[in-house]
Design a protein around this ligand. Structure first.
Ligand SMILES: NC(=O)c1ccc[n+]([C@@H]2O[C@H](COP(=O)([O-])OP(=O)(O)OC[C@H]3O[C@@H](n4cnc5c(N)ncnc54)[C@H](OP(=O)(O)O)[C@@H]3O)[C@@H](O)[C@H]2O)c1
Length: 251
């Protein structure tokens, strides 16, 4: 049995595993294998959404693992999300039921409003969200860190160095004998968030959960925090003029 991630208590008393598998940007077939491999590698938290159009595959992978006896339903924390076109009250229940049918589950553990825009949870060293995390901590709210690796598949603005190529992080990775991705994930975990790195690469799925066997010193956390540049992978600029656009707010 691989080591599991520790859990974090939510304010409803439930526990959420402190690291999950992100599943956005899958080509057909990819996510099924990734989820199965992640369960074998010790993941007990899967992040999906109707708009990722992969809930059926996630469901198939989970069913396979339940049947194998690798894991029980109640041992896996599954998150899904309500898409923007389904916010009307009469659409919420049928949309949620469709997600449950696709996932082949009786319940999900967390059902989020995907956008707009209460969901602000992108977090990584280039956008460390200290104020938002502090605000949520004071209210006993656990923050999920999406795009915790600052999604290296998305090109940064001209002149920007991708997070995983940052020289300071490379030095820290060498110091802790970890990869840069592991240092980054450990950093967002130590900030008090639950990172959900996406990977469909077996080696990286395994690498990304191995962050609970070392600790960054306070000085190193402070140093990494200096990398903050308020860089958003997803600025949602197309919604800038909406009255619900969240990123004009202080948090
Ligand atoms: N609610 C929202 O609006 C929202 C928005 C964005 C994301 N999310 C959720 O958050 C999850 C994670 O965010 P994300 O997918 O944007 O970005 P991410 O997890 O920061 O980065 C994913 C990218 O990093 C690569 N990668 C993963 N592990 C790596 C490692 N150890 N070393 C080097 N590269 C690595 C992956 O490639 P390979 O797959 O090839 O390994 C993939 O291209 C999503 O999948 C989704 O579930 C939610």
């Amino acid at each position: 049995m691989p080591p599991l991630a520790p859990t974090v208590k939510l304010n409803n008393g439930r526990d959420i595993p402190a690291l999950g598998l992100g599943t956005w940007q899958a080509t057909p077939g990819e996510v099924r294998e990734a989820v199965k491999h992640a369960i074998d590698a010790g993941y007990r938290h899967i992040d999906t959404a109707a708009v990722y159009r992969n809930e059926s595959e996630v469901g198939e992978a989970l069913q396979e693992k339940f049947k194998e006896g690798a894991v029980k339903r109640e041992e896996v924390f599954v998150t899904s999300k309500l898409w923007n076109t389904c916010h009307r009250p009469e659409l919420v229940v049928p949309t949620c039921k469709k997600t449950l049918a696709d996932l082949k589950l009786d319940y999900v553990d967390l059902y989020l409003v995907h956008w707009p825009f209460a969901y602000k949870i992108e977090c990584h060293p280039y956008l460390n969200q200290k104020k938002l995390i502090e605000f949520c901590k004071q209210r006993d709210i656990v923050v999920t860190a999406y795009s915790p690796l600052a999604n290296p598949s998305i090109t940064m603005p001209a002149g920007g160095l991708p997070l995983l190529q940052n020289p300071k992080l490379k030095l820290l990775a060498a110091k802790y004998k970890k990869t840069v991705a592991q240092v980054v994930l450990r950093y967002v975990f130590q900030l008090g968030t639950v990172p959900i790195p996406k990977s469909f690469t077996k080696k990286r799925i395994e690498e990304n959960i191995r962050i609970f066997d070392f600790e960054l010193s306070n000085d190193d956390v402070t140093d990494i925090s200096k990398l903050n540049k308020n860089y958003r992978v997803f600025p949602h600029a197309q919604a800038k003029h909406s009255k619900y656009y969240p990123f004009h707010d202080e948090f």
